[in-house]
Design a protein. Structure first.
Length: 553
């Protein structure tokens, strides 16, 4: 209670001490068990000195900062996850930063690639992966300082040295520290290799088109073509950077025109789903990559069941279990052992089907995961019993639009009409109320609670308001509400009540579809988490940096 009223640092210290006390007591109980006294009930007079002895060897965990402002020396291997008030990164010399990966003594590169291809996963690191790992450690070292970052490299002198590594130079240039051209970076006249000549031309091009043209005239024909291509690629990247900062679409940053726009239009659906609209709201360029270019999210390559397959499995189990109970007028459940056994029996039948289809991951891992899914079902059954509110499931896996008995929703605004199809996981209803329930295979609600806010409808939330309209059309005369049910934690979020503003929602849907059909799909993300297309847009994490004004999540 005192910690709850204290200042932040004091509260953190006191709570850490309390946690350490609890851990010491648990360690003491474990030691007594190992000594054969686990079943004994120790009196307080005997327990206190033993606990005091355990606490004598305990200490609060380190805060992550050196004591009294001292410096701490880390190797680059320890850089990921490290942080400090200031970071001094030494040895940033050309050819040494990032550090070259050590040679592999056993397998050559073709053999390592063959092993990975045979196993269909990255079982052994390739040269590219080792270089990427070295670059990651170097970047983490540069990011370790929260307030001050300093870079050091050996300068000219008897022991050699010279300019910084290119990565260090780029890092310094990014914060406005321009370095004089080091001796290792020769001028165009002093270039000895094609790479040095191309680098010199690129540097000269920064002085303007006239300087670039004079430099190009000095190059041989073949090298001049490579230089032109390098400058063109640089111009493209500069355009993309400027477009991201401004939050607009350009020809190389999400602006689709001409034949490409016709190809995109051919891929767009006649009836739109809420998930497509939310994907566009999350990031228009990611929508372009997934729908326009057909780049699918990569499947899981681990041994565990893919999260999407696990979600489909739980959806199917709940649909069958709920439908069976409603059919025999046994809703709501009481959450007892019989109800849990019934849900498990339904799950076991679906487990067999998913196992036969190869959708449960490695069999050895699935043997343990299967029990975890069963335990999760037990929690969901108990939660259903606790959430009973006089409503009965009226619609299960309810579809509307093409391929279903019910017509699509039609939203009109400004003379344009957009048709929407969808599938609602479940609608509970009574003669007076209805509750749309959407299952999410998630544990925490931080990502989903904002989507239930009416202010988010038509901005980044489309599923909830569109499902509310569809449910109200199917079950008219009832007060509508909607919620998410988190399957991993068996938690049901606080529902949002009331019908959405249909004209405003229609305007938002028609506007979003119009921008998509017009090829206006900029790199402007609200959420980059889990996006596999960072190498395509070249700006992973742009949502966290808040570029383009509207891009901040």
């Amino acid at each position: 209670r005192r910690a709850g009223r204290a200042e932040g640092p004091v509260a953190a210290r006191d709570l850490a001490a309390l946690s350490r006390l609890e851990q010491a007591a648990e360690d003491l109980a474990r030691a007594l068990t190992l000594a054969g006294r686990g079943a004994e009930r120790l009196p307080a007079a005997e327990w206190r000195p033993l606990l005091a002895l355990a606490l004598d060897g305990a200490a609060l965990p380190a805060t992550g900062e050196p004591v009294a402002g001292a410096a701490e020396l880390w190797g680059l291997d320890e850089a990921p996850g490290r942080t400090g008030s200031a970071a001094l990164v030494l040895g940033c010399a050309r050819g040494a930063f990032p550090a070259a990966p050590p040679p592999e003594p056993l397998l050559r590169e073709p053999e390592r690639r063959a092993i990975n291809e045979a196993l269909r996963r990255g079982a052994v690191p390739t040269a590219g992966a080792r270089r990427a790992d070295a670059l990651h450690r170097a970047a983490c070292a540069l990011a370790a300082g929260r307030e001050v970052v300093a870079l050091g490299w050996p300068g000219d002198g008897p022991s050699g040295g010279g300019g910084p590594a290119p990565l260090a130079a780029e890092a310094l240039l990014a914060v406005g520290v321009a370095l004089d051209q080091p001796p290792e970076t020769p001028t165009l006249a002093g270039a000895r290799t094609p790479a040095e000549a191309l680098a010199a031309v690129v540097r000269l091009s920064r002085k303007g088109p006239a300087a670039a043209a004079r430099a190009m005239a000095l190059l041989p024909a073949g090298l001049a073509g490579r230089a032109e291509a390098a400058l063109a690629r640089g111009a493209v990247e500069a355009e993309r950077r400027d477009a991201v900062l401004a939050g607009v679409a350009t020809p190389h940053a999400g602006r689709v025109e001409g034949a490409a726009l016709a190809a995109l239009a051919a891929r767009l659906p006649d009836e739109w789903s809420p998930s497509l609209l939310e994907a566009h709201a999350r990031c228009p360029f990611r929508f372009l990559a997934a729908v326009g270019l057909g780049l699918a999210d990569p499947e899981s390559t681990g041994l565990d069941i893919d999260g999407r397959d696990e979600g489909s499995l739980l959806h199917a189990v709940l649909e069958r279990w709920v439908a069976a109970r409603v059919a025999r007028h046994a809703w709501p459940p009481d959450g007892g052992a019989a109800d849990q056994a019934e849900a498990r029996a339904v799950a076991d039948g679906l487990f067999t089907r998913f196992e036969r289809e190869g959708r449960t991951g490695d069999p050895a891992v699935w043997a343990a995961r299967r029990e975890a899914v069963r335990a999760r079902l037990d929690r969901i059954v108990a939660a259903e019993a606790g959430a009973a509110s006089g409503l009965t499931p009226a619609l299960l896996e309810f579809r509307f639009g093409t391929g279903s008995p019910r017509p699509p929703l039609e939203l009109a605004s400004g003379g344009e009409v957009v048709r929407v199809r969808g599938r609602i996981d479940r609608v509970d209803a009574s003669p007076e109320r209805l509750l749309v329930i959407d299952y999410k295979n998630a544990r925490g609600g931080a990502r989903h609670r904002p989507l239930l806010e009416p202010e988010s409808f038509g901005v980044d939330s489309y599923q909830v308001p569109l499902y509310l309209l569809a449910a109200a059309r199917e079950l008219p005369g009832r007060a509508p509400s909607a919620t998410y049910q988190l399957l991993k934690s068996a938690e049901r979020l606080e529902p949002v009540a009331g019908a959405p503003d249909e004209p405003a929602l229609a305007a938002a849907v028609v506007g979003a579809v119009g921008r998509i059909r017009g090829g206006d799909l900029p790199i402007r993300s609200r959420d980059c988490e889990g996006c596999p297309f960072g190498a395509v847009c070249r700006f992973p994490g742009v949502a966290e940096r808040g570029a383009g004004g509207e891009a901040a999540s």
